[in-house]
Design a protein around this ligand. Structure first.
Ligand SMILES: O=C(O)[C@H](O)[C@H](O)COP(=O)(O)O
Ligand SMILES: [Mg+2]
Length: 298
C-alpha cells in the first residue's frame, strides 16, 4: 500500500501551489472547529486567491445553507462567495429535485436544522418537521396521523433530535415502501470547538437499525455532491486538490472525483490511521499537520 507524501519543507508547499489551480476545502476540522477558526487559515486562503487560485468549500455539515454559511464565513473574517460554497443540505435538496425528481405535490419529513429547511425551500420542495416546535412535543402514537403527502425523509445533523422525531420518520418509512430515505451525510462524529460530538451519521444510525434499511447518502463521498460542484464550478480534475480531515468522506470524495488529496490532522483523522499497522486503506496523496502549513509557500 503506498504511503502518503508527508509535507514539511517550504519548497514542497510551493510546489503544490504551482501544481494545482483549484483548491477544494472541507470545513469542519480543516478551516474551523465549530465557530473557532483554525489559526493561519485566513492567511492561506488569501495566499491562494492572491495567486489566482479557484477556492471551493465543500462541507458535509447540513446545519447551514450556502447562504447561512456565507454569514459564518463573513463573521469569521474569511473571504467566501455563495457560489463557492457547497453543503450536504444543498446536495440533498438537489438530489431530491433533480435526481430522484420528487413529485411537486410531495413533501419531505425533515430530521435536521434550518440549513436543510432553507435549501429544500430554495429548491421548491415542501417540508415538515425539522425545526418546527410542534415536532419537539412528546410522540403520541394513538393520535399521530402521518401526512399522506410525505414522499421522502431526509436526515441530517440535528442537535435537537428526539424520540418523537425518530418515531415520525420511522412511521413514514416503514408504512410507505415508496418513501425515499435520504441522509445528508454519514460522518460518525463532529469536531466541535470543545471536542468530538456525535455526527450526522450517528443521528441516522437509529433509523437505519430500526428499519433494517440504509439511506441514500448525498454528502461526501457521494457523487451527487461533486456533481453539484461541477454544475457551478469549471475545474480541471488533474489540477484540482481536495483538502480534508476525514479519510472516509473528504479523501474518498477527492479520489472518486479524480482529484489529488491533502489530509490535514487538525480534525478527525489521527496519525495512527495513516501510519503503521492500523493504517487505513484510504491513502491521501499528501499529509500535513494543518492547512496553516501552506503559509510556507508564500
Ligand atoms: O454532520 C457532521 O457530523 C458534521 O457536519 C461533520 O463535521 C461534517 O462537516 P465537514 O467536515 O464535511 O465540514
Ligand atoms: Mg471535516
Amino acid at each position: 500500500m503506498t504511503a502518503p507524501a508527508r509535507l514539511s519543507i517550504a519548497s514542497e508547499y510551493a510546489a503544490l501551489l504551482v501544481q494545482f489551480d483549484t483548491w477544494m476545502f472541507d470545513c469542519d476540522g480543516v478551516l474551523w472547529h465549530g465557530d473557532r477558526l483554525i489559526p493561519g487559515v485566513i492567511e492561506v486562503l488569501a495566499l491562494l486567491r492572491k495567486n489566482d487560485k479557484k477556492v471551493v468549500f465543500v462541507t458535509n455539515n447540513a446545519t447551514k445553507s450556502r447562504r447561512s454559511y456565507k454569514g459564518k464565513f463573513d463573521a469569521l473574517g474569511v473571504e467566501a462567495h455563495v457560489d463557492e460554497i457547497f453543503g450536504s443540505a444543498y446536495a440533498a435538496a438537489v438530489y431530491l429535485s433533480s435526481v430522484a425528481q420528487l413529485p411537486k405535490d410531495k413533501k419531505v419529513y425533515v430530521i435536521g436544522q434550518a440549513g436543510l429547511e432553507e435549501e429544500l425551500h430554495e429548491e421548491g420542495i415542501a417540508f415538515l418537521g425539522g425545526t418546527d416546535p410542534a415536532d419537539a412535543l412528546p410522540f403520541d402514537a394513538a393520535s399521530f396521523t402521518p401526512d399522506p403527502n410525505v414522499g421522502a425523509v431526509v436526515c441530517g445533523l440535528d442537535t435537537a433530535i428526539s424520540y418523537a422525531k425518530y418515531s415520525k420518520a420511522f412511521t413514514y418509512l416503514s408504512t410507505n415502501p415508496d418513501c425515499l430515505f435520504v441522509a445528508t451525510n454519514e460522518d460518525s462524529t463532529y469536531p466541535s470547538a470543545h471536542g468530538l460530538l456525535p455526527g450526522a451519521g450517528a443521528i441516522s444510525a437509529p433509523l437505519r437499525y430500526a428499519l433494517g434499511r440504509d439511506p441514500v447518502c448525498t454528502g461526501k463521498p457521494a457523487k451527487v455532491m461533486l456533481d453539484c460542484v461541477k454544475a457551478k464550478v469549471n475545474y480541471d480534475p488533474k489540477r484540482t486538490i481536495m483538502v480534508g480531515d476525514r479519510l472516509n468522506t473528504d479523501i474518498l470524495f477527492g479520489k472518486a472525483g479524480g482529484l489529488a488529496t491533502l489530509l490535514v490532522l487538525t480534525g478527525i483523522t489521527q496519525e495512527a490511521e495513516i501510519n503503521g499497522p492500523g493504517a487505513s486503506h484510504i491513502v491521501p496523496d499528501y499529509v500535513t499537520q494543518s492547512l496553516a502549513d501552506l503559509r510556507a509557500a508564500a
